[in-house]
Write a protein that binds this ligand. Structure first.
Ligand SMILES: Cc1cc2nc3c(=O)[nH]c(=O)nc-3n(C[C@H](O)[C@H](O)[C@H](O)COP(=O)(O)OP(=O)(O)OC[C@H]3O[C@@H](n4cnc5c(N)ncnc54)[C@H](O)[C@@H]3O)c2cc1C
Length: 574
């Protein structure tokens, strides 16, 4: 039965409540992104060390030269390498901080880890690998295994270096080469460097007073300590466990923790929106019928215009901008209220259900999809600690203190996420004339397509700011990988040595990014989260390109169609 339309006051009241909840959080954390730290040294370094790679294998420092060097070994490096191999590039090295390829899927092994995008779209290179994922949403181990299979198929293990962090990447004008130094004493050279260091790969922690004093056990979700929990979490049966954070990771991990811990306390600042997870095992008959190119067809859909009838087109054309914004806003609010209804129907305790309701527009925070998270709060051993927007601000030897109440824990898990889309993590990048990339970006990020930056020849950036943002990130990363491989191929095919974007091309792109930012007040209206830089304003060009994925893809093609105008090419051999 169709619902009766709501009066204007209904939407106005909800928007008022959204604004109140946002303001409450902004007042608690006016410092924006500075409320977190990802510089985890000293006492905090244990939250970033690798529990999976085993003892570091001793080896001699490497002093050699390769053609292409990737900083990072996740999907960005793997899907770009596949394209480079197709173009005949033989000398490819991955340098990776972890003990294997996989990136996100190497590090994130927490119980319940899985992708939130349909796996047939999310896992790259399915056509090339002849692989069909086992579930509609793949689990972490399957995605990690897929990464390893790609590395084997494209011979990427041969030159790869693991348990090694790139610490400096410096351009030598004399040699027309990048010099790469690592924390293992290596000094390598590469003609092309691709920063594939990840959009969400450096763990971050909230700055909470006293966190170093906690006497129990603790770790970050991306460094899960299975020695402590047991592989099946059975060691937790006599443990009181706390988890700080209720974002996408916690939503996946909490059901298993609730099932296995003696007591579980979930410390919440802002709830996630949790919709149904429409998961199923892949039908083997369906899988067998996939013809070569089936994934490419699905990927092409992400770039296609929505299919509309003539009547729909006419209605949209007649709409004013104000009407369009209102229609979208109301659709968004209706969706969020359905999320609220799902909570009411699932969570028995009324106060807990109220606390779990997200009061913000859909997509203000990373949306989540899970069938077991909400029911977990019906377990007698699971307790939601609602900090009403403030977050945990104090931890002592026994555990967190919230609202004057002490929570005494054996284990405290930080599900506090990662630094977002930064280029050059753990690594200092220095281009022509000794210019540090951090210094270049100090007054605002400057790139072409988020991929090239003037004064840093033969350097390519993946997943950084000023690129398009897609909920299915691999759609976007694949276009970047294809573009980068095409650029490198162009340099090689024409006998050039280097390519460097012009200052003018960079100006054009920065203006394009600015032109598409801040067209609506959406970002400021949102509750703080990583999508809106925790409520920081004045970011101008320091964010993603919001002109649309299709437009971003077309811009990539347009940049390549005018290579000689957009780049300076050099033939000299240094
Ligand atoms: C838990 C989790 C779930 C996710 N789920 C989804 C999803 O469902 N859908 C989606 O689209 N996206 C998802 N993402 C985003 C995900 O990160 C991307 O989809 C994708 O895997 C990114 O690949 P990447 O290669 O760019 O980066 P990563 O996979 O992050 O790999 C980067 C690698 O670079 C290494 N590195 C960084 N700096 C250095 C250095 N200086 N020296 C050496 N190595 C370095 C890191 O150790 C890391 O392994 C998720 C992210 C997380 C954290």
């Amino acid at each position: 039965m169709a619902r009766t339309p709501h009066p204007d006051t209904y939407y106005a009241d909800i928007k008022r409540k959204f604004a109140q909840e946002r303001d409450l959080r902004l007042a608690y954390r006016p410092e924006g992104t500075q409320q977190f730290t990802s510089e985890l040294s000293g006492e905090l370094s244990k939250y970033t060390s690798d529990p999976y790679g085993g003892a570091i294998t001793p080896r001699e420092p490497i002093r050699d030269t390769v053609e292409v060097l990737f900083i990072g070994g996740g999907f960005s490096a793997l899907l770009t390498s596949a394209r480079l191999r197709e173009k005949g590039v033989a000398s490819i090295r991955i340098v990776e901080r972890g003990g294997d390829v996989g990136g996100t899927w190497y590090w994130n092994r927490y119980p319940g880890a899985a992708c939130d995008v349909v796996s047939y779209d999310y896992l790259p290179l399915l056509d090339e690998m002849g692989y069909v994922p086992k579930h509609h949403y793949s689990r972490g181990p399957e995605i990690f295994a897929h990464c390893q299979a790609i590395a084997r198929r494209y011979d990427l293990y041969e030159l790869a270096v693991f348990q090694t962090t790139v610490t400096s990447t410096v351009w030598s004008e004399a040699e027309q080469m990048w010099h790469i130094e690592t924390d293992r004493g290596d000094h390598m050279r590469a003609q092309f460097v691709i920063c594939a260091n990840g959009t969400l790969s450096k763990p971050k922690l909230s700055r909470i007073a006293g966190m170093e004093t906690f006497a129990g056990h603790s770790f970050h979700t991306s460094r899960w300590d299975y020695d402590y929990t047991g592989a099946d979490l059975s060691n937790l049966k006599d443990k009181v466990v706390g988890i700080i954070g209720t974002g996408a990771t916690a939503v996946q991990a909490v059901p298993a923790l609730g099932e296995n811990a003696k007591e579980l306390y979930v410390f919440q600042r802002t709830p996630s929106s949790i919709d149904v997870r429409d998961d199923w095992p892949t039908d083997p008959e369906w899988a067998a019928k996939r013809k070569p190119g089936w994934q490419a067809k699905r990927r092409a859909r992400a770039l296609a215009d929505p299919e509309l009838t003539d009547a729909q087109r006419a209605r949209l054309a007649a709409e004013t901008l104000e009407e369009k914004i209102q229609r979208q806003e109301r659709g968004n609010i209706d969706y969020m209220m359905r999320i609220h209804e799902r909570i009411e129907a699932t969570v028995h305790d009324k106060a807990t259900a109220e606390s779990l309701k997200p009061w913000y527009m859909f997509m203000c925070k990373r949306p989540c999809f899970h069938n077991d998270y909400l029911p977990t709060f019906n377990r007698p051993n699971v307790h939601l600690v609602d900090t009403h927007g403030e977050g945990v601000t104090q931890i002592n030897e026994q555990g967190p203190v919230v609202g004057g109440k002490q929570y005494t824990l054996d284990l405290l898990i930080y599900a506090t996420g990662f630094e977002v889309q930064k280029t050059g993590i753990y690594n200092r990048i220095v281009g022509k004339g000794g210019l540090d990339l951090e210094d270049k970006y100090r007054d605002g990020i400057r790139t072409v397509l988020g991929i090239h930056t003037h004064g840093f020849p033969n350097l390519f950036i993946m997943g950084g700011y000023q690129a398009s943002f897609q909920f299915n990130l691999t759609d976007m990363l694949q276009t970047q990988g294809d573009h980068i491989a095409a650029c490198i191929d162009y340099v090689r095919a024409n006998g050039y040595r280097t390519m460097d974007p012009t200052f003018e091309a960079e100006d054009w792109w920065v203006n394009e990014v600015i032109a598409h930012r801040g067209k609506t007040s959406r970002n400021e209206d949102c509750t703080p989260g990583y999508y809106n830089f925790e409520g920081e304003s004045q970011r101008r060009q320091d964010g993603n390109y919001n002109g649309g994925f299709k437009q971003y893809f077309q811009h990539q093609g347009a940049v390549r169609a005018r290579m000689q105008e957009n780049f300076v090419f050099d033939r000299s051999n240094g």
